[in-house]
Design a protein around this ligand. Sequence first.
Ligand SMILES: Nc1nc2c(ncn2[C@@H]2O[C@H](COP(=O)(O)OP(=O)(O)OP(=O)(O)O)[C@@H](O)[C@H]2O)c(=O)[nH]1
Ligand SMILES: C[S@@+](CC[C@H](N)C(=O)[O-])C[C@H]1O[C@@H](n2cnc3c(N)ncnc32)[C@H](O)[C@@H]1O
Ligand code: SF4
Ligand code: SF4
Length: 296
Amino acid sequence: MSATETLRDSYGRPVTNLRISLTSRCNLSCIYCHAEGEKNPATEMSTDEIIAIMNVAAKFGIRSIKFTGGEPLIRPDILDIIRAVPVGIESSVTTNGILLADMAYDLKTAGLRRVNVSLDSLNPETYKRITGCDCLNNVLAGIDAALRAGLTPVKLNMVILSGINDNEIDDFLDYVRDNRNLVLQLIELMHFKDCDYHGDLKGVEAMLASRSSGILTRRMHHRKKYCLDGAEVEVVRPLHNTEFCAYCNRLRVTSDGKLKPCLLRTDNHLSIRGTKGAELESLFRKAVEQREPFFK
Ligand SMILES: Nc1nc2c(ncn2[C@@H]2O[C@H](COP(=O)(O)OP(=O)(O)OP(=O)(O)O)[C@@H](O)[C@H]2O)c(=O)[nH]1
Ligand SMILES: C[S@@+](CC[C@H](N)C(=O)[O-])C[C@H]1O[C@@H](n2cnc3c(N)ncnc32)[C@H](O)[C@@H]1O
Ligand code: SF4
Ligand code: SF4
């Protein structure tokens, strides 16, 4: 196998991005959480199992690894995991930010490139209603610490919840405005729980487009990025979006060690528990073969 072999699925989509769920456990209980599509996970992977997976990913030309969960920062070995990311792979974490203030500097020193921080409201009451925790200030302190540590750009993930936080978009635009290191991500709610707050992101995109001085298209998912009056906003609108899936370049690993070809499917997971070397590589190939756009 060449050092730069990139895996492609039968739809011609290259896999360049790996999302590893480090745990299904979390210190918050958001009303909408999809937990990265995990259902009843078994035992978490060990540090060594995660390192073996990252090393195979490097052989297959994976360019970026995202650590997610559950809440990835509650893993006691998170710094060891980040230190073990193979050279040449950019690593990032998606976190709720609760523990970030104390950890940002160490994460940066361990080699982490950047963070996405979930923040669905700037109002303490609304934040508590969504997450179950009266801890908005911890998250804001975490974002400041991440900026100071250079974990940039810091992307703020805001899931649009109709009737709960959709009146706060302008407040968020003000929050990120004129800070080149802060990007706002507006995310469409996917229904994984009985959560009835789905909002229309197409309407939001039309509003952003009408106020934008420029619109870019990201390679991944062909997501649109809007530049308006000093604020950078990316829109994540996956549902019934064939273009989004056509440009999906990700493979996932569940916290209990299964390759997961698509966020929205649970019927084609492949267990990699107890495998390494050639066997693990062959399972990677098989998982990529099983990838297909969810919306097509
Ligand atoms: N349907 C679907 N949703 C996704 C996919 N990737 C990310 N999302 C959603 O997008 C949101 C943001 O995910 P993040 O973990 O912050 O990462 P990201 O924005 O996708 O990645 P970066 O921009 O590289 O940091 C989450 O709500 C995910 O549920 C995907 O491949 N399919
Ligand atoms: C599952 S969380 C895991 C990482 C971390 N605990 C956090 O909240 O950032 C990853 C991202 O998925 C988003 N998310 C969770 N459930 C979702 C849903 N039903 N629809 C859309 N996004 C969702 C969260 O807002 C977060 O930005
Ligand atoms: S913090 Fe993340 S993993 Fe935890 S409940 Fe909220 S969205 Fe889910
Ligand atoms: S729904 Fe599946 S195929 Fe579509 S973008 Fe998400 S992970 Fe990729």
